[in-house]
Write a protein that binds this ligand. Structure first.
Ligand code: GLN
Length: 477
């Protein structure tokens, strides 16, 4: 078997036993990248030289010699970090994000920075300011987004694992559409220091991997309190790999009736229902639950996320970061910089958010949305009184074609209908492969946990994965 095909834990075993060297691993991986990257276009920057440099430093860290890809909105010191935006096209961060600092300490090797929808705003990578990424399962289709580059890179075996960020579904939805595992941890579990802010109260860094065990391995490295992020929680993280072998007998799985609705894709629905049956056969107990405010989630998210984005993106003014356009005076320079530097979806969101926060509308929109957010969070608290985890589809349909939703933002926004409430409530969620449509496109099962209980969803996801073969299938490229 080619080394690039392996996941983190399998490769780690070979490296630890010195059966392969970090250089051999990279040789295999870059051969793969050279062969498929022109088709997939997962990377904004491939850091080949840097990777060999890092691999030469033999450390005894837990990820020593493991090549990973990092979403290009996570700052890497001295390495261009663009957010797939023209406004940051040549931005080289003077500091390292906390997650990548921790990966460095663990000895990881950076293969490259992956493509995304500009500033993580989108569900298909079509909003990238540079180029779209293609789904390795069907190059005519989108890989999902916004972490589409990371998900496609993992699915195409162009890296061994990856980090993404998830504000409304951006790890789980592309993971689902590319047939890999995506984990969005509890808000506050993983430091956001060095993650370029989109909507700070929702953003969370997480993992995109070839298996659930790999997600647990990466979580062990990146989780935990960070004094550099005031929203990082002072909660001790368990060893996430230890919980994986626990029996799932008796675990109560909530199945929310609002998530299985008229009009959803039939093949997705049946794959997810079958997955729940598989869990039942492993001893879990399905229980119908209700999350009554689900119908308001998208509207609530698009008021809160755009409001926060309008404020967070005010810093790109041609003075402090990145691109600067010429202007006849200072104000004109600001305006030209933002007009030319931002793409149309980013501008749309800045305008929406500015409107929702403005005097006279603030009470009607922003404040109301905050109140509904509390109700959505309470829905989960109520459901979790009855059940241990909640199971849903990750996305309402499999990967769609390029251009299918670009003319209608509202249609695009619906891609996250099953993931967004999880960010609004701040709870953790994982997507695992649970089947394929008749045209061979992956489908994902989402498992949602209680605050800071990633352990239980990892355990159940692992048990499911071990009893199915979906995660073993690879796209033909
Ligand atoms: N697709 C959603 C959006 O466009 C979520 C993006 C994300 O999670 N970063 O905002």
């Amino acid at each position: 078997m080619e080394l690039y095909r392996l996941g983190i834990s399998e490769l780690k075993e070979l490296l630890d036993k010195k059966e392969v060297s970090p250089k051999e691993v990279l040789d295999s991986l870059f051969k793969r990248i050279d062969a498929v990257e022109d088709k997939v276009k997962a990377f904004v920057t491939v850091t080949r030289d840097k990777a060999y440099e890092m691999a030469a430093k033999n450390t005894d860290g837990v990820l020593s010699g493991i090549p990973l890809a990092i979403k290009d909105n996570i700052c890497t010191k001295g390495i261009r970090t663009t957010c797939s935006s023209k406004i940051l096209e040549n931005f080289i961060p003077p500091y390292e994000s906390t997650v990548t600092s921790r990966l460095l300490e663990a000895g990881y090797v950076l293969v490259g920075k992956t493509n995304l929808d500009e500033f993580a705003m989108g569900s298909s990578t079509e909003n990238s300011g540079f180029f779209p990424t293609r789904n390795p399962w069907d190059l005519e289709r989108i890989p999902g987004g916004s972490s589409g580059g990371s998900a496609a890179a993992v699915a195409a075996d162009e890296c061994i694992g990856a980090l993404g960020s998830d504000t409304g579904g951006s790890i789980r939805q592309p993971a689902s559409l590319c047939g890999v595992v995506g984990l969005k941890p509890t808000y506050g579990r993983v430091s956001r220091y060095g993650l370029v802010a989109f909507a700070s109260s929702l953003d969370q860094i997480g993992t995109i991997t070839k298996s659930v065990k790999d997600a647990a391995l990466l979580m062990n490295v990146i989780s935990g309190h960070d004094p550099l992020d005031s929203t990082s929680a002072p909660v001790a993280a368990p060893d996430f790999t230890e919980v994986l072998s626990k029996d799932i007998k008796g675990i109560k799985i909530g199945v929310p009736k609002e998530y299985f609705i008229e009009g959803m894709d039939k093949e997705v629905e049946s794959a997810v229902k079958d997955a729940i049956k598989t869990l039942e056969s492993l001893g879990a107990i399905p229980v119908e639950v209700s999350l009554p405010h689900t119908g308001y989630a998208i509207a609530t998210y698009y008021i809160l996320a755009t409001s926060e984005a309008s404020s967070n993106l005010a810093r790109y003014d041609g003075v402090k970061y990145g691109f600067r356009a010429e202007g006849k005076d200072l104000i004109d320079m600001y305006m030209q910089t933002r007009a030319k530097g931002f793409g149309s979806e980013v501008k749309r969101r800045i305008m929406l958010g500015t409107y929702a926060l403005s005097a006279g509308y603030y009470e009607a929109y922003y404040k109301k949305a905050q109140q509904v957010r509390t109700l959505i969070k309470k829905d989960f608290e109520e459901a979790f009184k009855q059940v241990d985890i909640i199971a849903t589809p990750t996305a309402p349909e499999a990967a769609f074609r390029f251009g299918e939703k670009t003319d209608d933002p509202l249609k695009m926004y619906l891609s996250d209908i099953f993931t967004i409430s999880v960010n609004l409530a701040g709870v953790p969620g994982i997507s695992v492969p649970c089947g394929f449509t008749s045209n061979n496109l992956p489908v994902g099962l989402q498992l949602i946990g209680k605050h800071f209980d990633e352990a239980t969803i990892l355990n159940v996801a692992h048990a499911y994965e071990q009893s199915t073969e979906w995660h073993r299938r690879k796209p033909e490229l």
